[in-house]
Design a protein around this ligand. Structure first.
Ligand SMILES: [Zn+2]
Length: 419
C-alpha cells in the first residue's frame, strides 16, 4: 500500500510543479515624476535594481510629467517602496501580488475553457485551428497565406479578408508584435470574425470588403506569444538567440529598417527594447517586411495594434519632425477616436508617436510609412494601467467592439481617399 501511495505521489508530482515563471508577491508601482531630480532618481534606481518597465516600455523613455508603471520582484519590493518614500515620490501600487492578477485575468468563465472563443485569450494552437476554420467556412471572403516561419519554426499565417474581384486596394493589419500585449491578437481575431459576420448586413463593412482587402496577421510575434502562455507571462520580445549574450530576444518593433537602433531603442541584447543585430535581423520582421514590400502597389494603409494606454498614433516616432501629410493623419486619427468613444465613452489620445508616447526608432509604423504607405497608424488599446497588460477577458468584447469603430472609420477613409 505504502508503495502504491509513493508511486502515485511520484506520478502526480510532475503535474503539480509548473516550469512557468511565477510572480508571487511581485508588485507593480505607478510613479508620477514631477521634476528632473525625481526623473534622475528613478533612472539611478533602475540602474541598481531590476525594474521591468510596463509604461513607458523602457527606462530610456522616462520624462517629467509621465506616469511610469514598473514591475518589481518580491524581494526588492519593500526596498523600492522605502526608496520612493525617502525621495518623496508620488506613487501608488497598482498590483500588490502580480500572480493573483495574472490568474484573475482569465475571467471569461471556465466551462468552455478548452474551446476556442473570441471572448478569451486563445493559445497559439487554437488560433491556428481558427485560421483554418474561418477560411474553410468563408471561402469567398477569407483565404490563408503563409508568409514565412518564425525563429522557432512556427508558420506565420496571414488572413486575406475581402471579396475576390480583381485588383483592389488593401490594408495590412498586424497584432501581437509584443508578446505580453494579449488584447492585441484578440482584436485581430475579432476583426476577421466581425468582417465575415457583418458582410452583407452592415453597409460600411460590405462596401469595404467589396472594394478592398484586409491582410490580417493575427499574431506577429508567435514564439513570444507562446512563451507568455507557457513560461513567462510578462515576456515582450521574440525568442531568438543573441550571439555574444545569454539574453534572449529582439524587440521586433525596433528591428525595422528605419533610423534603426537610434533613439528609443537599445543595442544591449538584455534590454526589452533591443534593436537586434541589424535591421531586419529577425526572421519575423523580415517575413512581414518582404510581404509588404511585395505588395506596395496595393497596400494603402498599415495598422499595428499594441497595448496599453489608449492612444492612436502615426509617424513619426524616430523624429519630432512632422510627417508630410501630418494634418490629414491627425484629422483622420481624431475622427477615428471620436468614433471609438461613441460606444462606451472610452477616451483615446492621438498624435505623432514621438510626441504622444515617446521617440522610437525602427518601428513598423514609421517603416511602412517611409515605404510609401501614407496611412500608417498604431493603436495602444485599453486600458490606462488599472490592469495594464493583464486586461481581463471580460473586457475583450467591449475593447474590440469600440476599436472596430475606429478601424472601420480609418479604412473607409482610405477607401475613399487613397489614390
Ligand atoms: Zn507594444
Amino acid at each position: 500500500m505504502k508503495f502504491i501511495i509513493l508511486f502515485l505521489g511520484l506520478l502526480v508530482k510532475p503535474q503539480a510543479v509548473s516550469l512557468a515563471r511565477r510572480f508571487d508577491s511581485e508588485k507593480v508601482f505607478r510613479v508620477v515624476l514631477q521634476n528632473e531630480t525625481q526623473v534622475n532618481f528613478l533612472k539611478e534606481l533602475a540602474s541598481t535594481v531590476l525594474l521591468d518597465f510596463w509604461h513607458p516600455d523602457s527606462v530610456h523613455h522616462i520624462v517629467i510629467g509621465t506616469d511610469v508603471d514598473f514591475q518589481v520582484s518580491a524581494h526588492l519590493a519593500n526596498y523600492v517602496q522605502v526608496k520612493l518614500q525617502q525621495n518623496e515620490l508620488q506613487y501608488e501600487i497598482l498590483f500588490q501580488n502580480l500572480q493573483e492578477e495574472i490568474e484573475k485575468q482569465i475571467d471569461g468563465g471556465s466551462i468552455f475553457r478548452k474551446q476556442y472563443s473570441y471572448r478569451k485569450y486563445n493559445d497559439w494552437e487554437k488560433i491556428v485551428a481558427w485560421t483554418e476554420r474561418i477560411t474553410r467556412n468563408n471561402p469567398k471572403l477569407v483565404s490563408r497565406i503563409q508568409i514565412g516561419k518564425t525563429y522557432e519554426g512556427r508558420p506565420m499565417y496571414l488572413l486575406k479578408v475581402g471579396k475576390e474581384s480583381g485588383r483592389k486596394k488593401a490594408i495590412f493589419m498586424d497584432c501581437g508584435i509584443h508578446a505580453r500585449e494579449w488584447i492585441s491578437p484578440a482584436f485581430c481575431q475579432w476583426f476577421v470574425k466581425q468582417a465575415v459576420v457583418t458582410y452583407g448586413k452592415d453597409k460600411v463593412m460590405t462596401k469595404l470588403l467589396d472594394s478592398m482587402n484586409f491582410y490580417v496577421l493575427p499574431v506577429f510575434n508567435i514564439d513570444g506569444y507562446v512563451w507568455t502562455r507557457t513560461e513567462d507571462r510578462m515576456w515582450r520580445k521574440n525568442r531568438s538567440n543573441n550571439s555574444n549574450s545569454d539574453c534572449i530576444g529582439t524587440d521586433l518593433n525596433r528591428n525595422f529598417q528605419v533610423s534603426w537602433c537610434k533613439e528609443g531603442s537599445s543595442d544591449d541584447p538584455c534590454s526589452p527594447i533591443y534593436c537586434g543585430a541589424s535591421a531586419e535581423s529577425e526572421q519575423e520582421t523580415k517575413e512581414v517586411a518582404n510581404f509588404i514590400r511585395g505588395h506596395l502597389t496595393i497596400i494603402k494603409g498599415y495598422i499595428s495594434f499594441h497595448s496599453y494606454s489608449q492612444m492612436l498614433m502615426f509617424p513619426y516616432g524616430y523624429t519630432y519632425s512632422m510627417a508630410p501629410n501630418h494634418d490629414l493623419l491627425n484629422k483622420v486619427a481624431k475622427e477615428a477616436v471620436d468614433a471609438l468613444s461613441t460606444l462606451y465613452g472610452t477616451k483615446y489620445t492621438y498624435g505623432p508617436i514621438a510626441e504622444t508616447i515617446y521617440p522610437v526608432s525602427g518601428s513598423s509604423t514609421d517603416w511602412a510609412y517611409n515605404e510609401g504607405i501614407k496611412y500608417s497608424y498604431v493603436f495602444e488599446l485599453r486600458d490606462h494601467g488599472r490592469y495594464g497588460f493583464l486586461l481581463p477577458e471580460s473586457k475583450i468584447r467591449p475593447t474590440c467592439k469600440e476599436t472596430m469603430l475606429a478601424v472601420k472609420y480609418i479604412a473607409n477613409h482610405i477607401l475613399a481617399s487613397a489614390p
